[in-house]
Design a protein around this ligand. Structure first.
Ligand code: SAH
Ligand code: SF4
Ligand code: F3S
Length: 427
């Protein structure tokens, strides 16, 4: 569950399990080990964890020797609740502690009761195993954790302080992924723009991109997430100048209102955000811009919400991940007065989604007839004679073709627009 960091972590966990002799299965009634890698960012994914754990109760009753592990962000922030509500859980390990997972499994195999490892100040070591689950694209962490403590956000509590990986280690992981057949790398961090601030050398994220760009055989570089307070003109120049770096920027705005942004502790007013987008588009007129936003932050008024709508009209995002604010116990926002009623949040969310869908549709509609370089990821799961890939701007393209195209970059003309991308034809 959760974000790309969790997806990458799951690949580490899979690697650790394989080293212990486990093999993956799709059938959970066959499994000797089941792990949930969990997300705590909003109440909903957190509820999902407890309902999944409820389902696992039956399996544990039928086969008491099965090992059940709860990993990830909920493991970190709600270990007591897990142990209380699902006492049949064998292992609880937080996202910072996978280097100790193998040991925990061995201990449970030899009779230990519940093993809990939740230490967010642990330094994540290099060299943990990885069993990648994607064919074409590969995730590579540049930083772990986050130092920003935005008022609403649980992530710094779940993942601990920022730890940047040494550039040489990142490059070596990229080289290994390319040697294993991956064509595209997505560099991951909660705020990639603060990469390196905690290292001794003076390699920043733009310098790192330049180094990754030099890796032979690599076709495309993506990264996520950028934080508006730290995004530098130097990074925009790097994006524009480095041929492998995709022209797509995911830049969470969170709100279009200065007072709300201030209370969120985001560290920028709307005008700063708007200028960044302007600067990015000046350098890369074709680029796509996506964002995260939430409605109904504590104390948010109708007029403040309208500033978010206005910002969306002005900027015109290609895509947006839109959320209702969700109280996270222990965060500053959870203590703030004037919580916005659920019903209001729902109405606002629907208004924003409607506006965004209209914009996305218009943007893609205008691109019909244009030809894009598409990196083919594989057969389209929904239509047998078609393949699916992504444009440099991160839009999905589905078009007639066969498996042999997988991993190749081909020119495809967009013929029909959707919210998520296009149906097209190879040119
Ligand atoms: N590091 C990234 C975001 C990680 S969380 C950044 O700084 O932008 C992904 C998204 O979830 C956030 O961008 C935010 O829009 C949303 N989110 C985080 N906490 C939330 C909360 N308490 N309620 C609703 N949405 C939240
Ligand atoms: Fe959360 Fe803010 Fe860190 Fe993003 S930058 S993970 S929103 S605290
Ligand atoms: Fe969720 Fe943790 Fe990612 S809370 S969004 S899995 S960092």
């Amino acid at each position: 569950m959760g974000c790309q960091m969790n997806e990458r972590d799951s690949e580490t966990v899979a690697g650790i399990l394989e080293e212990l002799g486990y093999r993956p299965t799709d059938d959970r009634d066959q499994a000797d080990f089941i792990a949930l890698n969990t997300c705590a960012v909003r109440a909903k994914p957190m509820h999902k964890v407890f309902s999944k754990l409820g389902e696992l109760r039956r399996i544990k009753q039928q086969r008491p020797n099965i090992i059940i592990a709860v990993l990830g962000c909920v493991a970190q922030v709600a270990q007591q609740e897990i142990a209380h509500r699902a006492p049949y859980t064998d292992i609880i390990v937080g996202p910072r502690n996978y280097s100790r997972l193998a040991q925990a499994i061995t201990a449970v195999q030899t009779g230990a009761d519940l093993i809990t490892v939740t230490n967010t100040s642990e330094v994540i070591p290099e060299g943990l195993p990885v069993a990648r689950t994607t064919a074409i694209s590969a995730y590579v962490n540049v930083t772990y954790g986050c130092n920003n403590f935005c008022a609403y956000c649980i992530v710094p509590y779940a993942r601990g302080p920022q730890q940047s990986r040494p550039a040489a280690q990142i490059i070596s992981e990229v080289e290994q992924a390319v040697a294993a057949g991956h064509h595209e790398i997505t560099l991951l961090g909660q705020n990639v723009n603060s990469y390196g601030q905690d290292l001794d050398d003076d390699c920043d994220f733009a310098d790192l991109l330049a180094e990754v760009n030099r890796v032979t055989g690599l076709k495309r570089i993506r990264f996520t997430t950028s934080h508006p307070k730290d995004l530098s003109p130097k990074l925009l120049d790097a994006m524009a100048g480095l041929p492998k770096v995709c022209e797509h920027l995911h830049l969470p705005i969170q709100s279009g209102d200065d007072q709300v942004l201030e209370r969120m502790g985001r560290g920028y007013p709307y005008e700063h955000y708007r200028r960044l987008i302007e600067a990015a588009r000046e350098r890369m007129p074709q680029m796509s811009i996506t964002t995260d936003v939430m409605v109904g932050f504590p104390g948010e008024t109708e007029a403040q919400f309208h500033n978010t709508l206005e910002a969306f009209r002005e900027i015109r995002f290609d895509q947006a991940f839109m959320f209702k604010y969700s109280d996270r116990p222990g965060t500053r926002a959870a203590q703030m007065p004037d919580k916005v009623p659920e019903k209001t949040k729902q109405v606002w969310l629907e208004q924003l989604i409607e506006l965004q869908n209209e914009t996305a549709h218009q943007i893609n509609e205008q691109l019909v007839g244009e030809t894009f370089e598409v990196l083919v990821e594989g057969p389209d799961p929904k239509s047998p004679a078609k393949v699916r890939g992504r444009t440099c701007t991160n839009k999905i393209m589905i078009f007639p073709g066969d498996e042999k195209l997988q991993g190749r970059i081909v020119p495809v003309t967009a013929q029909q627009a959707f919210l998520w991308g296009f149906l097209g034809e190879i040119t």
